[in-house]
Write a protein that binds this ligand. Structure first.
Ligand code: PEP
Ligand code: MG
Length: 760
């Protein structure tokens, strides 16, 4: 048989749509089978196999193959470290052998019929820090696989890893024993709330019925069985499942339209459960034994939920939400055949105890009108995300709001942080008036000039902070001169798993294309602290703000860091204007180490002949007090700097930026903060390096005269703040700003500074 050449590397981009692979498969096994078939096609390999790690038996098990004897699936098992596959898993490194049988680690499995395959290449399948399994390809010819194939197979494995991990989880599950459910709590009714003053975390207005966020649709699972449940048939159940699958596909495409970063995989775990024949069959069996379909769904889902929730791993416990959500959707569709049951969060104002960024995203897909969080701080990342998604959000330290009866009318004035429960007609009228003043911001857009000057003609550069690609059109309309801070963590936070190099490449590429010709500063991954990855325990610890976060995480998990840097470098191949910035740098050593990883990535891309940026400017965030004593040395080291005042204030004063209870201590005007900022700006500008401010202080206009007064000429803020910043800047002179800053810097108490900044 004549073999055609292997497909070009660029084809990797075309296989991004894994969800299609999953939605078109009839069950998990056939999904894995389609995956190996696809990979063998791309690499033109005779064999491609996936081995998944079974935690309970501590074995790697062959789960899918093309080329090996199909009856070996499920029968070939090896320990980590055993054979080439086991070694790959143990060392987390690819193994490429021109003649596999000559390697002393080679282990022959006679049931596989693999003796005719000479060349061997295997790569680990890992998701962040979790080991999932191994993907291996083989070929009859000796020395068939090249270095490029290693790169391609690694990229394919990382692309598949999240979905494969969910598949493994579902397959593992069927052997697990359930535990007893935790007793459920009953919430009290609370009627006396009328007006609550909170803090605005994302502006806007909303007037709608309330809904309490319950981590997915769990309430339907708790609902008592009704007599009429018996009227539903097996047919109705199948229809409900079908409708649920259709809705999920629609949700995915809605999300993908709105948020490119979330493209397609948000509901990955849901699909995996739907495709799990055992899940569906268990329900069907119960229905056939005479149990009503709603009860059967609840019982089987409950069985899975008990197993998930008893797991010691966060990422498995996280699946409880997915299962509740999915079972809730099936039930809703089941009940919908004859009755209009609960609507979830659509068009509601949602009250929640806490939210993950991915949950905020799901709420956005359900078109929530607003959110009230009863914990968290306005500079927390869920707040930042709400602003990016344009969802009004108020943070109020009032857990009793969670006890409001479902459907209570609530009016949110998130511009000023007011919550009105069952508002009077007069309040509603006032709200309408305030809402019309919203249009004023719109009118700013028209008068916004592309260039900003102070009253006395000093040029100030206004850049945009971006978290999601959907904010780019807004930033352009508001004439941002570039992107001063692209927070790359949001695609990591809103997805259910670590995005692969290819997925990141597509996101960064879009960013670069949409901001063509303008400066773009891409900050590398800044997870940890309040930016918790719902799917990883790695950033936790008893004090996550001081834990394995940000650049420390990246330096610890090199693979993740390298994938990101490679994706950025590749996306910037055709442009001069991309800069790379490292967050939370605490020492010169750390900066050098990160820069070295970047240089290694550039060298690797060079070797692999993959188009990339040959050497972007490399900068750092100034966010930790430890930079203060070394600021002159840093000024020689990095190409540019940006002050992250959100964290700088937090760490300098030792006050949690997300804790509403200590919000009054979080004072950017603390004399130590002001003097430190002045010292930093002086050192960096004297060294002739570029410096900006990208924390929230940059958009709080009361600090503007101080920042300009100490020499800041570049600010980066959420796009909606740019018009106001431009207006204020155009009204002040540098001489006034300098006099103001000088006077503040002379003061040594908070009181004196407050009196000058906020005169009665
Ligand atoms: C900051 O700390 O000021 C900053 C801009 O980074 P982030 O808010 O993303 O932590
Ligand atoms: Mg920060």
């Amino acid at each position: 048989m004549i073999k055609k050449e292997r497909d070009h590397f660029n084809l990797l981009c075309d296989i991004g749509d894994l969800s299609a692979l999953l939605t078109e498969s009839s069950d998990i096994e056939s999904f894995l089978q389609s995956a190996v078939a696809m990979v063998s096609r791309y690499l033109n390999a005779d064999v491609c196999s996936i081995y998944l790690y079974d935690e309970k038996s501590d074995d790697l098990v062959l789960k899918a193959t093309v080329g090996l004897n199909p009856s070996a699936v499920g029968r070939i098992r090896m320990k980590p470290g055993e054979g080439l596959v086991g070694k790959t898993f143990e060392m987390l490194r690819p193994i490429r052998e021109p003649a596999a049988a000559l390697n002393p680690n080679f282990k022959y499995f006679k049931e596989a019929n693999e003796d005719r395959f000479e060349s061997f290449l295997s790569v680990p399948i890992q998701r962040g820090v979790r080991k999932i399994g191994v993907m291996a390809v083989q070929h009859e010819k000796q020395d068939y696989f090249t270095e490029i194939d290693v790169v391609v197979l690694r990229a394919l494995a990382s692309q598949l890893a999240g979905t494969v991990e969910n598949a493994r989880l579902m397959l593992d599950l069927h052997n697990s024993a359930p535990r007893q459910p935790a007793p459920s709590s009953v919430s009290d009714m609370f009627e006396s709330l009328r007006f609550v003053k909170g803090q605005s975390a994302s502006g806007g207005y909303a007037f709608a019925a309330s809904a309490v966020f319950k981590r997915s649709h769990g309430t339907l699972l708790e609902k008592d069985d009704a007599e009429e449940d018996g009227i539903y048939s097996l047919e109705d159940f199948y229809r409900a499942v079908h409708k649920t699958a259709e809705q999920l596909v629609e949700f995915q495409s809605r999300l993908a339209e709105r948020l490119i970063e979330s493209a397609s995989l948000i509901f990955d775990a849901h699909f995996m459960i739907l495709k799990d024949a055992q899940f569906i069959n268990k329900i069907v069996k119960q229905i056939m034994e005479g149990i009503s379909p709603p009860r059967a769904v609840k019982e089987v889902a409950g069985h899975y939920i008990r197993i998930f929730s008893s797991s010691p791993n966060t990422y498995i416990r996280e699946k409880v939400n997915d299962m509740e959500d999915l079972a809730g959707r099936i039930l809703k569709n089941l009940y919908n055949w004859s009755s209009d049951d609960e609507a979830f969060c659509e068009d509601r104002i949602v009250t929640a105890g806490e939210l993950y960024p991915s949950e905020m995203l799901k709420l956005a897909s359900e078109d929530v009108k607003g959110v009230i969080l009863v914990s968290g701080g306005v500079t927390s990342h869920v707040s930042i995300l709400a602003r990016s998604l344009k969802i009004p959000l108020i943070i109020a330290d009032r857990p009793d709001l969670l006890n409001l009866p479902e459907g209570t009318p609530i009016l949110l004035d998130a511009e000023i942080g007011n919550i009105y429960v069952r508002p009077s007609a007069q309040v509603i009228r006032q709200f309408e008036n305030r809402k019309s003043s919203e249009k004023k911001t719109e009118s700013f857009k028209a008068v916004m000039s592309p260039i900003t000057h102070t009253h006395d003609g000093v040029r100030i550069c206004l850049m945009a902070n971006i978290n999601l690609l959907s904010e780019l059109p807004g930033a352009r309309e508001l004439k941002a001169e570039g992107i001063g801070l692209y927070r790359t963590e949001f695609p990591f936070l809103i997805r259910p798993t670590f995005p692969s190099e290819e997925e990141q490449f597509l996101i960064y590429r879009r960013l670069v294309d949409e901001m063509a010709g303008q400066e773009i500063t891409i900050r590398t991954l800044d997870v940890g602290g309040d930016k918790t990855l719902a799917y990883s325990d790695a950033t936790g610890g008893s004090n996550p703000e001081l834990g394995l976060r940000s650049i420390r995480f990246s330096l610890r998990f090199r693979d993740i860091f390298e994938q990101q840097l490679r994706a950025i470098l590749r996306a910037a191949a055709d442009t001069e204007n991309v800069r790379i910035m490292f967050p939370m740098i605490s020492s010169i050593d750390e900066f050098r180490e990160a820069r070295q990883v970047l240089s290694d990535c550039i060298a690797a891309l060079e070797r692999e002949k993959i188009p990339h940026h040959p050497g972007p400017a490399v900068g750092m965030m100034l966010e930790l007090p430890s930079v203060m004593e070394l600021i002159h040395d840093f000024a020689q080291e990095a190409d540019f700097f940006s002050i992250g005042t959100n964290d700088f204030v937090q760490y300098l004063i030792g006050v949690d930026r997300t804790n509403e209870k200590v919000a009054e201590y979080y004072r950017p005007y603390h004399p130590s903060v002001l003097r430190s900022l002045a010292k930093i700006v002086k050192a960096v500008t004297e060294a002739g390096k570029d410096i900006s401010v990208c924390g929230e202080m940059a958009h709080e206009t009361e600090y503007l005269p101080f920042l300009l007064g100490i020499g800041i000429r570049k600010l980066s803020a959420d796009p909606q703040f740019l018009p106001m910043l431009q207006k204020r800047i155009s009204e002040m002179t540098i001489a006034e700003a300098q006099a103001h800053a000088k006077s503040l810097l002379e003061k040594s108490t908070i009181k004196e500074i407050r009196e000058q900044m906020y005169p009665e």
